[in-house]
Design a binder for this molecule. Structure first.
Ligand code: EPU
Length: 322
């Protein structure tokens, strides 16, 4: 829905100077592309995030939440309506609980959390050291690497859930709930929230850790980081572009199709790993998308396999472009 000025003025009344207009989003994404947010709100704590989301739901104003910006491709035309930038980053370790845990707000950087755990001699997140996104993004998308994923660490997450107040009235209420891992219906890189089957926002999460020593955790983390550096390219990208299809690998298929190194505009399929699309410096979102289509069509023609995007296309994509 396009916010007409009456809606914008309602938002201004609610949020005052916190509501910013026409904010460039490229710098908030790991691929470093995308146009502006028509309106932007920055949440600096889980409490603020919950208040903002409740208000937006109340105003029936659609919005997009951006955390680490690592699993999205924002359209060049930008995002109409409101973008909520999640900067809620408080972190609390409980080293002496059984098991030891870390609780963090959903805007916390997941890779940084893993390194903080390592420095305390807490094991369990070594696999996450190089993950660029936010904890909330990891909870929604069931982020993973090296055979582990978020679902193996999650104990409980606090959620703001939009539910019908009474079926008859069509009214909704926003309720804070605690969801255990089972409630998320986790699958490979997916959850009920990623599948869009429930309107809910992750506010914070508590993860299970194990006691170890800083040296031992760091050694394992360094091993995995070294593998990552050998197999995955540096540079601005969305991370894995496609999900691995059952029984195969998107990177292997794109490689076997002879597409590594292929460039469209300012984007190149990494010569190191076929599932990484790199912004060479002057890329547009539409360059990314044209390369996505090329890879998808070539792999479908050559191998009869339909690659599914792991990332989400957000904002105003033109018909035929996204
Ligand atoms: N391969 C090729 N050519 C390539 C790339 C890969 O033949 O250009 C082959 C590799 O030799 C290997 C197989 O494909 O046999 C799988 O490659 P890799 O081990 O690099 O892992 P991946 O399946 O491509 C997954 C995750 C990554 C995660 C790594 C490490 C997905 C889509 N990707 O990559 O996650 O870091 O494993 O565990 O599941 C992400 O999700 O954004 C991400 C980076």
């Amino acid at each position: 829905m396009i916010p007409v000025s009456a809606e914008i003025s309602k938002l201004q009344q609610k949020f005052g100077e916190r509501l910013q207009a026409e904010v460039a989003l490229a710098r908030y994404t790991s691929a470093r592309v995308g146009g502006p947010a028509e309106l932007l709100l920055m949440a600096n704590s889980a409490k603020e995030l919950a208040e903002m989301i409740s208000n937006l739901w109340e105003l029936e104003q659609p919005f997009l939440i951006l955390g680490g910006g690592s699993n999205v491709l924002v359209a060049d035309a930008g995002v109409r309506g409101v973008v909520v930038l999640n900067r809620a980053r408080h972190v609390r370790f409980s080293e002496h609980s059984m098991p030891p845990t870390v609780w963090a707000e959903s805007g916390a950087n997941f890779g940084l959390l893993a390194r903080q755990a390592a420095a305390r001699g807490l094991s369990g997140l070594e696999w996450a050291a190089g993950i660029p996104g936010s904890l909330g993004g990891a909870v929604v998308g069931n982020a993973g690497a090296f055979g582990a994923d978020l679902s193996s660490n999650l104990i409980v997450a606090e959620i703001l859930h939009r539910i019908p107040a009474m079926e008859a009235t069509g009214q909704h209420i926003a309720r804070r709930e605690k969801w255990s891992k089972e409630r998320f219906g986790y699958e490979y890189r997916s959850s009920v929230l990623k599948r869009g089957s429930e309107a809910a926002v992750v506010l914070s999460a508590k993860l299970r850790l194990m006691n170890s020593t800083p040296d031992a955790v760091k050694a394992r983390m360094d091993e995995q980081t070294a593998i990552r550096h050998r197999t995955q390219p540096p540079g601005a990208s969305t991370g894995s572009m496609f999900k691995n299809p059952p029984g195969d690998y998107a990177g292997r298929l794109i490689d076997a199709a002879g597409l590594k190194g292929t460039q469209i505009g300012g984007v190149q399929i990494s010569p190191l790993h076929g599932n990484f699309f790199i912004n060479l410096g002057n890329a547009t979102a539409s360059d990314f998308y044209r390369l996505v289509e090329l890879a998808r069509n070539t792999v479908a023609d050559k191998f009869g396999i339909g690659l599914e995007l792991e990332i989400q296309l957000v904002g105003e994509w033109l018909v035929g472009e996204g």
